[in-house]
Design a protein around this ligand. Structure first.
Ligand code: GLA
Length: 737
């Protein structure tokens, strides 16, 4: 519910458990007042300390700069007195950069207005506050949007910029949100990583100055996720303040926390301002991506559950969102580029026999792609490997009662490709400068419509020739030498954002023209594991690392802000291709069931004992996947804590559970990461259950019936298991009398 208190000129955005408050302060400056636990709408002007030195400009104009440098603002701009990091920056035709946005009017309405060409939240129960601000000398108008949903504690912010002046203006910074928190005891939790080691958790105290995570790679990246949380030192998984931020965007981003001279924290999120420009002609608009901001008093767990639910209810649009996803088998780790029709048919036959439902043909089926050296851009089946094209294979697969899926990397071009030979200018490049190769490939200039069309025509031909039920859309390198043949010199920096808009345009076309296709996005594993992608693909390949032990950390980190049902997770062979580690087949499945389940191996090479487990794993996955999709996640363990006893350093365990909305079903997965001799059983205390309900469950063949209160205070005991990476899954069902 959004309320305007006229006497205080304050806007109160109240969700079920939180309040976010802003105010029109002196002379139309827009101040941030409060964000935290819910308060009934009331005058909170005191929090702004406007009656303390330096006072407001109308009372003390000679110290206006001091007022500007210390007041908490909603959308700060640069070079007029606020020396903290600004959220909005311009450059006029005269080359001047100062800006001073002041309040003009507001509007509160039900529903929302969406940014054009960008992924955004959707659905019922939205209410929006729109505030109009203007910079009088240039005629630049900024619309600040704040949306809340009836069923969420999140605040969704974005801005739209309109040029109401007479001259073009260059926008050089348009962050989506900035918030000045009146607290300096924060720690920043962020997710760093690398290829095959994505989303590792980092928790560090803020220091005075600016701490930033960002991407200037053209995608959200393996290296930092577009997410951070600001928490107090005492914040834990289940208690304490957690302020979480993410961006519904898949390109260059920045998230920054600045601890200021007066011990306040300015948190900001938006498109990376470095190397960004957008020319705004008179009358034109620019839309920022949406930022999602979550406050939870229930620690990191509460914050994550709010993100998950919002994204499930209001971001994932695919018809697959709440449908049972087919268990897939992907041939990448089974064959890499080395396959022919007979080999694939053999895998498909054995997979079908074991109950696998979708066969996915990964890289290597097109052009002359015997390695990653060539052929990106030539989406024509390789007749050497697949005589007669894809049809004989899809006939086999569908004849076996399975669905068929196919890999594409639509944004890329190999120097050794017919497309590049015909259109070398299609690659992003700078004239006269050598182009840096990465995985022997270049990036297509998706800011250009004709480039997208050239790829789309080929994809469409494939999709119309054989029954494709699933697509894996990959993106395997980052952008270098950012230059577009179509942009004039002063607009070259528009390329980064225009590229992302081009990717979204083609994805939109794919999901609109082929709405039944299940789309899984991917970027060298998890380099584009972001909320922007969720708008198009309900599942995202989360890492090329399928080692169950490493996946515990990767999936734990990812679950900070992304719903587990979005994480592509597969069982692969051991020794694992990324780490060389051996883990039990069953544990690999238990860990992969924490996401969108599948296999990525040559099923014909498995032992009979392993094969025998597959039908049961598939049955189990389908019986619990609804819980993983729609249930609330409680992280009970911590894959980062190496020790079973806090005082030791050589053991560890992890556990997590999903609880249904009615709290009548729950799934607990427990992994003993490292075995220790002579350890007693481990007590794992549960969360999220109904205290008064009685639950039935079975551990090691013994049936139990206990109340939710018992399970949440006393917990369950897992005996010391023999060997590393042993796991158990326990289903809890409320007993009806
Ligand atoms: C990326 C993906 C893998 C696989 C390969 C194919 O690395 O993450 O899953 O599709 O590309 O080249």
């Amino acid at each position: 519910m959004i309320t305007y208190i006229e006497s205080a000129r304050q806007f109160h955005l109240n969700t079920a458990h939180t309040s976010y408050v802003l105010a029109v302060a002196d002379e139309g400056y827009l101040a941030h007042v409060y964000w935290g636990p819910k308060l009934e709408p009331q005058d909170l002007t005191d929090l702004l300390r406007l009656d303390e030195p330096p006072f407001v400009p109308s009372a003390n104009n000679r110290e206006r700069a001091s007022f500007l440098d210390t007041t908490p603002f909603e959308y700060p701009c640069g070079f007029t007195g606020d020396y903290r990091e600004h959220a909005f920056g311009i450059e006029t035709t005269g080359g001047f950069r100062a800006c001073d946005l002041r309040y003009v009017r507001f509007r509160i309405f039900s529903g929302k207005q969406d940014p054009e060409g960008l992924p955004h939240t959707v659905g019922e129960g939205a209410e929006t506050l729109m505030i109009t601000m203007t910079d009088a000398p240039t005629g630049i108008t900024v619309l600040l949007y704040y949306t809340i949903y009836r069923d969420s504690d999140a605040v969704i912010r974005r801005v739209a910029v309109r040029n109401d002046g007479e001259k073009p203006v260059l926008l050089n910074r348009v962050l989506s949100a900035s918030v000045d928190l009146d607290d300096d005891r924060f720690e920043m939790i962020s997710l760093y990583g690398s290829w095959a080691r994505e989303r590792q958790l980092d928790r560090q105290p803020l220091r005075h100055g600016k701490q930033r995570i960002d991407s200037l790679r053209g995608e959200s990246s393996h290296q930092y996720s577009p997410f951070f949380a600001l928490v107090n030192p005492q914040t834990t998984e289940e208690s304490g303040n957690a302020y979480g931020f993410t961006l519904i965007y898949s390109g260059n981003f920045m998230l920054q926390a600045e601890l200021t001279q007066h011990c306040q924290t300015r948190a900001q999120i938006g498109i990376q301002p470095e190397d960004f420009v957008w020319e705004l002609r008179p009358g034109a608009y620019f839309d920022s991506p949406e930022a999602v901001m979550v406050y939870s008093a229930e620690g990191l767990g509460g914050m994550s559950r709010t993100f998950h639910k919002l994204f499930y209810n209001h971001l994932i649009r695919s018809k697959w969102r709440d449908q049972e996803r087919p268990v897939l088998i992907n041939n990448w780790e089974a064959t890499y580029f080395n396959f022919d029709l007979a080999k694939l048919q053999g895998i498909a036959q054995e997979a079908a026999r074991l109950g696998i439902e979708l066969f996915v043909l990964d890289d290597g089926w097109f052009g002359r792609r015997d390695s990653d050296n060539c052929s990106l851009g030539d989406w024509i089946p390789d007749q050497r490997k697949l005589p007669g094209g894809l049809k004989p294979l899809t006939d086999t697969v569908t004849g076996l009662g399975m669905k068929f899926g196919l890999w594409f990397e639509p944004e890329m071009i190999s120097p050794d490709s017919d497309l590049f030979r015909a259109h070398p200018d299609y690659a992003i490049q700078i004239p006269g400068r050598p182009l840096t190769q990465s995985r022997a490939q270049y990036v297509l200039d998706y800011s250009r419509e004709e480039v997208r069309e050239a790829v789309w025509a080929q994809m469409q031909a494939v999709l119309d020739s054989v029954p494709v039920s699933y697509i894996k859309w990959d993106m395997n390198r980052q952008i270098t030498e950012p230059g577009s043949a179509m942009l004039p010199p002063h607009r070259q920096k528009e390329l980064w954002h225009r590229y992302v808009l081009g990717v979204y345009a083609l994805m939109e076309r794919l999901v609109t023209e082929y709405p039944d296709i299940l789309l899984e996005t991917c970027s060298g594993g998890g380099a584009r594991f972001d909320a922007g992608m969720l708008y198009y693909s309900p599942q995202i390949w989360s890492s090329d690392n399928t080692d169950a032990r490493e996946r515990l950390r990767i999936q734990y980190g990812a679950s900070m802000f992304m719903p587990p049902s979005a994480m592509g997770a597969h069982v692969s062979v051991c020794p694992n291709h990324a780490t060389g580690r051996d883990t039990p087949f069953e544990t690999r499945a238990h860990v992969a069931m924490n996401g969108t389940f599948g296999y990525e191996l040559d099923v014909t090479q498995l032992t009979d004992e392993e094969k025998a487990q597959i039908p049961e794993q598939i049955r189990r996955y389908h019986s619990i996947s609804g819980l993983v999709r729609e249930g609330a996640l409680y992280r009970l363990g911590d894959p980062y804590r190496l020790s079973a006893c806090a005082a030791q350093t050589h053991s560890g365990w992890d556990a997590w559970m999903y609880v249904s909305e009615q709290k009548d079903r729950a799934l607990l997965t427990y992994v003993q990461i490292t075995a220790e001799a002579n350890m007693r059983s481990r007590r794992v205390v549960l969360s999220g259950l109904d205290e008064n309900a009685v639950y039935h469950y079975n551990i090691d063949g013994t049936d139990y019936q206990k109340t939710g209160a018992y399970l949440m205070h006393c917990g369950v005991l897992f005996r010391n298991l023999w060997g590393d990476m042993q796991s158990e899954q326990v289903l809890f069902t409320a007993v009806t009398e």
